[in-house]
Design a protein around this ligand. Structure first.
Ligand SMILES: Cc1ncc(COP(=O)(O)O)c(C=O)c1O
Length: 319
């Protein structure tokens, strides 16, 4: 492929994202944690440090989703009460002079979900609550209706899972190429609505790396699955191709493995996740129980099984 930095520049020039984050996010070696896990190398991709406030993996996508919208718009989006996608949208849309209306289902109460919910309540113009995920579509309709009088409405799918946002995550993957001496064996990340994994896996294909991307499924399979993630990556590739930017076709290889980390349900802490969170916090790393802890639990299990050089995608920014 062409030089990853040049390719990134070309993509930015073609799609004109806005600037919300500080790039590149750091890639930190974590030798003590690697030794505790029994792997040769562990690096932390600090997506949590993408922006202050409103950091986390969703900033990458929002740079593309919020770009070029005249100020005074109202973004409508959806997620759980602890959704950092909802929070990030409200924070960054607000900074650009827009408002946000949220449709949210109640998720299990944890320290982290409570902190995100409180921050959402401060930042959003309005929140319509659904009792659970099944009734979220009704809450979305109501949110859309209530947003009407506030300004020109724009819909962002739950989790920001849109091909334009996947292009932002693709840039994150390309960024990694300038930060590692050689490709890692695996990149481990939480798999929710799939946009983050789609972009990172697409970057691995474009870079021609042998790396495996491991998406630890933390949401129900109807949302978090390989087919949907492939489809998001495919559409991002098409979007780039339509602007004359060609990357390798996904037909032959899509290096994403999906493993189950869901436990009792979305947002429900698992014992494995709790153990992972405790170990990480002993090493100064704060993981959230919904995403990061469940994904890191997988790294702990894999450590015994022949995976030696791991990049862990650290996605959760403490609000
Ligand atoms: C902290 C955090 N990590 C990981 C994810 C998963 O990302 P994706 O929805 O792109 O799969 C999310 C999604 O909301 C998130 O908020």
């Amino acid at each position: 492929m062409s030089d990853p930095a040049l390719l990134s520049e070309k993509i930015r020039a073609a799609l004109a994202p806005c600037r919300l984050g500080e790039w590149p996010t750091p890639l930190e070696p974590a030798p003590a944690l690697a030794a505790a896990l029994g792997v040769a190398g562990l690096w932390l991709k600090r997506e949590d440090r993408a922006a202050t406030p409103g950091g986390g993996n969703k900033v990458r996508g929002l740079e593309f989703l919020l770009a070029g919208v005249p100020s005074g718009a109202v973004f409508v989006t959806a997620g759980g009460t602890g959704s950092t996608h909802c929070l990030c949208t409200a924070v960054h849309a607000g900074a650009l002079g827009h408002r946000t209306v949220l449709a949210q289902f109640r998720q299990p109460d944890t320290v982290e979900s409570r902190a995100v919910a409180a921050a959402c309540a401060r930042r959003a113009a309005l929140i319509v609550h659904a009792p659970g995920p099944a009734t979220l579509p009704l809450a979305v309709l109501s949110a859309w209706r209530h947003a009407g009088p506030l300004g020109a409405r724009r819909w962002i799918p739950g989790g920001g899972a849109h091909p334009r946002a996947v292009v932002g995550q693709f840039l994150a993957g390309l960024e990694l190429a300038s930060q590692v001496a050689e490709p890692p064996d695996s990149i481990v990340l939480p798999l929710g609505t799939g946009g983050t994994a789609a972009g990172v896996a697409l970057a691995v294909v474009a870079l021609g790396w042998p790396t495996r991307v491991v998406g630890v499924r933390v949401a129900p399979a109807v949302v978090a699955n390989r087919a949907r993630t492939w489809w998001l990556a495919y559409r991002a590739g098409r979007l780039l191709a339509a602007r004359g930017i060609r990357i390798p076709h996904l037909a032959s290889r899509f290096p994403l493995s999906v493993v189950d980390g869901l436990g009792g349900g979305y947002g429900h802490p698992t014992p494995e996740g709790e153990a992972a969170g405790r170990l990480a916090s002993e090493h100064g790393l704060t993981l959230d129980p919904t995403y990061g802890a469940k994904a890191f639990a997988h790294v702990m299990q894999r450590a015994t099984r022949n995976v030696q050089r791991v990049v862990f995608w650290h996605t959760f920014a403490v609000p």
